[in-house]
Design a protein around this ligand. Structure first.
Ligand code: ADP
Ligand code: MG
Length: 382
C-alpha cells in the first residue's frame, strides 16, 4: 500500500498520538466484548518495544459533544492496563493543560488514554482549534482506528495536517490489505455472500461487488426484494418496495451470477418453496443452505456480510450458522465485515477460522463500495 506505516517511523523517546477504535459494548462499566481493544495490541506493543511514549485517543458511544460520564473511557483504560500488564494512565480530560502534562511526564514505553474525544464538540465538526489541541499531544501520529476512518473528524483527518507524519497502524494496514483484496476481486473464483435487513443500506456495496464476484449469494431480509423483482410471491416477508426496480436491474445485468434462496423457513417453523400469502419468511431453508455451501466450497476467495435470517431468534439462526460454518471451512481467503454477521461469527466461536474479520462495520462496507475513506486518504504517502 502507498501509505506510511507505523513500522517506518522513528519513535524512540517521542510522543506518538495514536487514534484507536475503542467503541466497545459496555454493560455499566463492564466491557462485554473487547475484540476492538485486543485488535490494537500489536501496534501498541510494537510502539512500546521501540521506546515510544503513547498518547491514545478514542471515542465511545454518542455523547454529542458534551461531557457525559456514562461514556467515559476510564473502564477501557483499566481494561487496557490489564491486557498490557503495565502502566496505562487515564487523562480525565481529552485535551488541554492536564492532558499535556500527563503526556509530557510519560516515560519511554508509557501509555496514557485520553478521555472520550466526543465529549468535545470540535471532534465531530473537525474543528481546527480542537485539531491543534490534539496535535499538541504528539510528535507524530498513528491511525489504527479503521472503524472510524469513514468519518472526517478532528482525530481522523484534522489532526493529520498538523503532524509531520501520519502513519497507518498495523490493524489499519491489515484491514486495508484484506479488504483491498476483496475490493479488487484478487482471487477467483470469488464468492460474495450478502444478507441482512435492508437492500437500501447496501446497494452501493452490491453494485460494486457484483461486478467483481463470480457468484453473489443473497439471503436475509433483502432477498425478498430480489424475489419480488423476479415475480415470486413473498407473502408478508420484509420488502423494500422502492427498491424492486434497483433489484430488477441488478438481476438483469448480472442475473446468472446472483443466487437467491429457493426455500424458506416461515415464522411458524414450516419449510416451504413458495411463500403463502400473509406468511413471513425468517430464514433460508435447508436446500438453500446446501446450495450456498457448495458454491462457497468452490471459492478461492469469500467475502461475507449480513445474516441469512433473523439470527437473534433461534431457530432462525440456522441458516446464518450454516453459512458461517461453510465460510469457516473454506480453504480460500475468507473475509467478513459488518456488525451483525461478525457478531454471529463470534457467538458461534468461528471468527478465528476466517482469514480476516473486519473491526469496522460501516467503514468496511463503505470501503467495499469503492469509496475513499477520508481517514485513510489523510495519511502520509510512503
Ligand atoms: P450487518 O450488521 O451484518 O451488516 P444488517 O444490520 O444489515 O447486518 O442486518 C441484520 C438484521 O437483519 C438482523 O437484525 C436480522 O434479524 C435481520 N434479518 C435478517 N433476515 C431477516 C428476515 N428474513 N426477516 C427479518 N429480519 C431479518
Ligand atoms: Mg447491522
Amino acid at each position: 500500500m502507498a501509505k506510511l506505516s507505523v513500522n517506518d517511523l522513528e519513535v524512540e523517546g517521542r510522543l506518538v498520538l495514536v487514534r484507536v477504535d475503542y467503541n466497545v459494548p459496555l454493560d455499566g462499566a463492564r466491557i462485554t466484548d473487547d475484540a476492538r481493544i485486543q485488535a490494537t495490541l500489536p501496534t501498541l506493543r510494537l510502539l512500546i518495544a521501540r521506546g515510544a511514549r503513547l498518547v491514545l485517543c478514542a471515542h465511545l458511544g454518542r455523547p454529542k459533544g458534551k461531557v457525559d460520564l456514562r461514556y467515559t473511557l476510564r473502564p477501557v483504560a483499566e481494561h487496557l492496563e490489564r491486557l498490557l500488564d503495565g502502566n496505562v494512565g487515564f487523562a480525565p480530560q481529552t485535551v488541554g493543560p492536564l492532558a499535556e502534562e500527563m503526556a509530557a511526564r510519560l516515560a519511554p514505553g508509557g501509555v496514557v488514554l485520553l478521555e472520550n474525544l466526543r465529549f468535545q464538540p470540535g471532534e465531530e465538526s473537525n474543528d481546527p482549534a480542537f485539531s491543534r489541541q490534539l496535535a499538541a499531544l504528539g510528535d507524530v501520529y498513528v491511525d489504527d482506528a479503521f472503524g472510524a476512518a469513514h468519518r472526517a473528524h478532528a482525530s481522523t483527518v484534522g489532526v493529520t495536517a498538523l503532524m509531520p507524519q501520519a502513519a497507518a497502524g498495523l490493524l489499519m494496514e491489515r484491514e486495508l490489505d484484506y479488504l483491498g483484496r476483496v475490493l479488487h476481486g484478487a482471487d477467483r473464483p470469488f464468492v460474495v455472500i450478502l444478507g441482512g435487513a435492508k437492500i437500501s443500506d447496501k446497494l452501493p456495496l452490491i453494485a460494486h461487488l457484483v461486478q467483481r464476484a463470480d457468484h453473489l449469494l443473497i439471503g436475509g431480509a433483502m432477498a425478498y426484494t430480489f424475489l419480488k423483482a423476479q415475480g415470486k410471491s413473498i407473502g408478508a416477508s420484509l420488502l423494500q418496495a422502492d427498491f424492486v426496480d434497483a433489484a430488477n436491474k441488478l438481476l438483469r445485468d448480472s442475473g446468472a451470477r446472483i443466487l437467491l434462496p429457493t426455500d424458506h423457513v416461515l415464522e411458524d417453523g414450516r419449510v416451504v418453496q413458495d411463500i403463502p400469502d400473509g406468511a413471513k419468511a425468517f430464514d433460508i431453508g435447508p436446500a438453500t443452505r446446501g446450495a450456498f455451501a457448495r458454491v462457497i466450497a468452490s471459492a478461492r476467495m469469500v467475502f461475507w456480510n449480513g445474516p441469512m435470517g433473523m439470527f437473534e431468534k433461534p431457530p432462525f439462526d440456522e441458516g446464518t450458522l450454516a453459512v458461517a460454518r461453510a465460510v469457516a471451512a473454506s480453504p480460500g481467503l475468507t473475509v467478513a465485515g459488518g456488525g451483525d454477521s461478525v457478531a454471529a461469527l463470534h457467538a458461534a466461536g468461528l471468527a478465528d477460522r476466517l482469514s480476516h474479520v473486519s473491526t469496522g462495520g460501516g467503514a468496511s462496507l463503505e470501503f467495499l463500495s469503492g469509496d475513499t475513506l477520508p481517514g485513510v486518504a489523510a495519511l502520509t504517502e510512503k
